[in-house]
Design a protein around this ligand. Structure first.
Ligand code: DC
Length: 220
């Protein structure tokens, strides 16, 4: 029986850390869909394609060979693992994420990835709402804006007030776009990770997955 855990939420809510740990414990693979939007953005910047040219950026999304592993990503043979976390890509990615043609292509790739891996823990913004509406478990992770900014600074450095402003602008763009905005679904469980140890959240999710897992056929 295929297990799919959808983990959505804003930047800095703890999605990656929690999704990776949960995948590890459930012996599933982990997919960071934000890295896919970032990789397309990286390729567009690298090739000097105008980001507002929706067709040109979508062509990259459709035609690229994207190799995604747990800790690395390459696009058309170029290792983009580090570059996709840089400021240039981080500032530009939400423009690419509003491109519906890109979204359609990346969603298809995400569904194929889950089929090929017989399930997985998938993190993003529209995973429970659009990509896998029938996921075994849907989780919406959140944290206070200050905690989220502090986590980003601890990861990549920078000034906490400026990072907080950038995060809030990105949240605003992610939540207000017309195609699959960041939102909670009625059937998702919301967890505020501001003051909770990661291990405790992972344990809670593990329990919820086993409660939601489809029962194995009694004959089988
Ligand atoms: O999670 P992240 O910061 O790496 O995501 C990068 C950008 O991609 C961010 O602006 C949100 C967007 N995104 C999205 O629109 N849909 C997803 N499923 C994942 C990320």
């Amino acid at each position: 029986m295929k297990i799919v855990v959808a983990i959505d939420g804003p930047a800095g809510a703890g999605k990656s850390t929690i999704a990776k740990a949960l995948a590890d414990q459930l012996k599933l693979r982990y997919l960071d869909t934000g890295a896919m939007y970032r990789a397309v953005t990286f390729a567009a910047l690298d090739r000097q394609v105008e980001l507002n040219d929706e067709q040109a950026v979508a062509k990259i999304a459709r035609e690229c060979i994207m190799q995604i592993d747990d800790d690395s990503i390459s696009i058309d043979g170029v290792d983009a693992t580090k570059a996709i976390r840089g400021q240039e890509v981080t500032r530009a990615v939400s423009v690419v994420a509003t491109n519906s043609l890109v979204r359609t292509e990346l969603r298809n790739r995400q569904r194929r990835w889950v089929d090929e891996n017989s399930g997985g823990v998938v993190e993003g913004r529209d995973i429970g709402s659009v990509v896998f509406p029938d996921a075994t478990l849907k989780v919406y992770l959140t944290a206070s804006p200050m905690v989220r900014a502090q986590r980003r600074v601890a990861q990549s450095g920078g000034d906490v007030d400026q990072i907080a402003r950038e995060i809030s602008e990105r949240d605003q763009r992610d939540s207000s776009r017309s195609d699959s905005p960041l939102m909670k679904t009625n059937d998702s469980i919301t967890i505020d990770t501001s003051n909770r140890p990661i291990d405790e959240v992972v344990m809670q999710l593990r329990r919820l997955v086993s409660q939601n897992e489809p029962a194995v056929d009694a004959q089988g």
